[in-house]
Design a protein around this ligand. Structure first.
Ligand code: C2E
Ligand code: MG
Ligand code: MG
Ligand code: MG
Length: 293
């Protein structure tokens, strides 16, 4: 696995973030081409299970972008987003990801073997700039209507650092999404200096404790204390709490004890393409039933 721990593929191409490098421009041009064409473009969503700690049940999935570039190989999603975020391509990418995720929910709702995923919620990552206008809410509302998927099945994740940089700029869109019934999650919680006031006033449903804090929970008393207080704070504000990056059993146990609601991480499962996910869900469900029987 690569240094950044992205275990589901081997070689990862990381574009340089230098703004106007020819590298970057050609990557963005390729991405735009891929997004504008139909058929197999190498763009896919992988899904990572979110497990409810009290029951062991999978109640959610996080959709994560994977782009297999024809020459460069798998592109590092985090770096790609950093590069795309400053370009008009971001809007196309976000709409593609949202459309694909909702189409996937619809396919699971219909298909005979979709049973294992027929009721889960899917969380999609969006860039804060996608929320500067209300267009995203219109798109989502139209897509949900067209597919008959309930808004409660969709969730949007926004990183804390981006959201807290200028919360007022996105408040109107967040409020509209909230009225539509779409949950908003604060991603990478702990890395972005939330003000208590904004935590209380923004229409948030969930916080996702950043992996960097979760990492040391079983071994470092300071990390454990920080995570406990993050959980207590989120609890006091009535927010659902998800821990990201849970890699071992000791961490999982500590999170259960601290009162965390949900967890995702390699300890449970890595992000997977939809077909593998269905197999995994079926097997997981059987073992959950066996444990609780
Ligand atoms: P994120 O939203 O915080 O996603 C969690 C990242 O942690 C994912 O990396 C996931 O594969 C990884 N991960 C999950 N469990 C574990 C674990 O137990 N250990 C370790 N070491 N890592 C784990 P990924 O897929 O490379 O995505 C990186 C970031 O790129 C995401 O961070 C998100 O900010 C962004 N991203 C990914 N897909 C999209 C997308 O469709 N749209 C936008 N706007 N951003 C995206
Ligand atoms: Mg996320
Ligand atoms: Mg995160
Ligand atoms: Mg993170």
């Amino acid at each position: 696995y690569d240094a950044k721990g992205r275990g589901d593929n081997l070689a990862v191409y990381a574009p340089e973030a230098d703004h106007n490098s020819p590298e970057r421009l050609s990557l963005l041009a390729d991405l735009r081409k891929a997004l504008e064409s139909t058929g197999d473009t190498g763009i896919a969503l992988y899904y990572q299970p979110q497990v409810e700690l009290a029951t062991g049940e999978v109640v959610g999935l996080e959709a994560l972008l994977r782009w297999q570039h024809p020459e460069r190989g798998l592109v590092d999603p985090e770096e790609l987003i950093k590069v795309a975020e400053h370009s008009s391509v971001m809007r196309l990418l976000t709409f593609r990801v949202i459309d694909d995720a909702i189409d996937q929910l619809a396919a699971w709702a219909e298909g005979p073997d979709g049973g294992a995923a027929a009721r889960v919620r899917v969380a999609v990552n969006v860039s804060v700039r996608d929320l500067h206008t209300g267009e995203i809410a219109d798109r989502i509302a139209a897509k949900l209507r067209q597919t008959g998927i309930e808004p409660e099945r969709l969730e949007l994740e926004i990183t804390e650092s981006a959201l807290m940089a200028d919360p007022r700029r996105v408040l109107a869109t967040l409020a509209r999404l909230d009225r539509l019934g779409i949950a908003i999650a604060l991603d990478d919680f702990g890395t972005g200096y939330s003000s208590m006031l904004h935590l209380r006033r923004l229409p948030l449903k969930e916080v996702k404790i950043d992996r960097s804090f979760v990492l040391g929970v079983a071994t470092d008393p300071d990390d454990a204390a920080i995570v406990r207080s993050m959980i207590d704070l989120a609890r006091a504000l009535g927010l659902r709490i998800v821990a990201e990056g849970v890699e071992d059993e000791r961490t999982w146990r500590m999170l259960v004890e601290a009162g965390c609601d949900l967890a995702q991480g390699w300890y449970f499962a890595r992000p997977m393409p939809p077909d593998r996910l269905l197999d995994w869900l079926t097997r997981h469900r059987r073992s959950t039933v066996a444990h609780t029987a």
